[in-house]
Design a protein around this ligand. Structure first.
Ligand SMILES: Nc1ncnc2c1ncn2[C@@H]1O[C@H](COP(=O)(O)OP(=O)(O)OP(=O)(O)O)[C@@H](O)[C@H]1O
Length: 255
């Protein structure tokens, strides 16, 4: 990891619209966010709130309709090329016919590294699956593999989209132990989740989004206090509404 004073993420007036059959969907609607190096941030919000789209924008997988996003002061593509950011996304990124070991070796090769895959497999708790074909791994095992792949470049910023979905209890515990260890070593971690207890237990800070905008942002205790509640679920329900009820606009741009 490298040391830098620039924000890990700086999003300003970020907007992303998609053209759909019913008009234009505003997935991200003017999002402002600064994540400082070393923070562990939980990104919460109802289905369709814009979490995945925001992570895609930070990764440069899609371009903003308007607004800007910088990663360690750079355009996302530059930060990725410099190995400063990596992600474990919900789907994709895996070749079914490779083994687990080969997958991590290939990832390392893409970064021009000849490092052994074993430490990454161990940290993701899947060393025992090294010779298993990816296509025969369970959903939770594949999630762990995506995590192992994300660790290969030793990124300064790790983006995780619903990282523990499909993981069993032991998997979750090992995963969060690994994340905490990384955070203590200075890695910035941003994770989108629907598991409020994971945000409560493992994040330093919660960013709650609804309809593509930040509706609450602060340390876990502060966000809970917003609804005079000790229960994060109450805050979530009080501050968010169902994006399915959101109206669409008729103008805008696609991906
Ligand atoms: N490629 C796309 N084309 C059209 N609409 C899209 C596209 N990607 C996302 N959307 C829409 O943008 C909105 C935000 O979606 P997004 O996946 O970012 O939400 P999310 O908060 O990650 O949801 P979830 O919790 O269900 O994963 C939704 O209304 C979704 O249908």
């Amino acid at each position: 990891m490298t040391s830098t004073t620039a924000p890990a993420i700086e999003a300003t007036g970020l907007v992303k619209e998609f053209r759909g059959t019913d008009g234009v969907v505003r997935a991200v609607g003017g999002l402002d966010l600064v994540v400082r190096p070393g923070e562990v941030v939980a990104f919460l919000g109802p289905n369709g709130a814009g979490k995945t789209t925001t992570l895609d924008l930070v990764l440069g997988l899609t371009v903003p309709t308007s607004g800007t996003v910088r990663v360690f002061g750079k355009k996302p593509a530059r930060a990725i090329a410099d190995g400063q950011v990596a992600a474990a996304l919900q789907t994709g990124g895996l070749l079914r016919d490779l083994t687990v070991r080969e997958t991590v070796e290939l990832t390392a090769a893409l970064f021009g590294r000849t490092t052994s895959p074993v430490p990454f497999l161990e940290r993701a708790g899947i060393a025992h699956l090294a010779d298993q074909k990816v296509g025969t791994c369970s959903g939770g095992q594949q999630q762990r593999l995506r995590f192992a792949m994300a660790l290969v470049s030793d990124p300064d910023l790790l983006l995780l989209d619903e990282p523990t979905t499909g993981m069993d209890v032991r998997g979750r515990r090992e995963f969060w132990t690994a994340i905490r260890h990384d955070a203590e070593a200075g890695r910035t971690v941003v994770f989108a989740t629907h598991y409020l207890e994971e945000a409560d237990a493992h994040a330093d800070r919660i960013v709650l989004v609804s309809h593509g905008r930040v509706v609450a942002d602060g340390p876990v205790a502060e966000v809970k206090a917003l609804a005079a509640s000790r229960n994060l679920e109450d805050v979530f329900l009080a501050l968010t509404t169902d994006p399915a009820t959101a109206s669409t606009t008729t103008e805008g741009a696609g991906r």
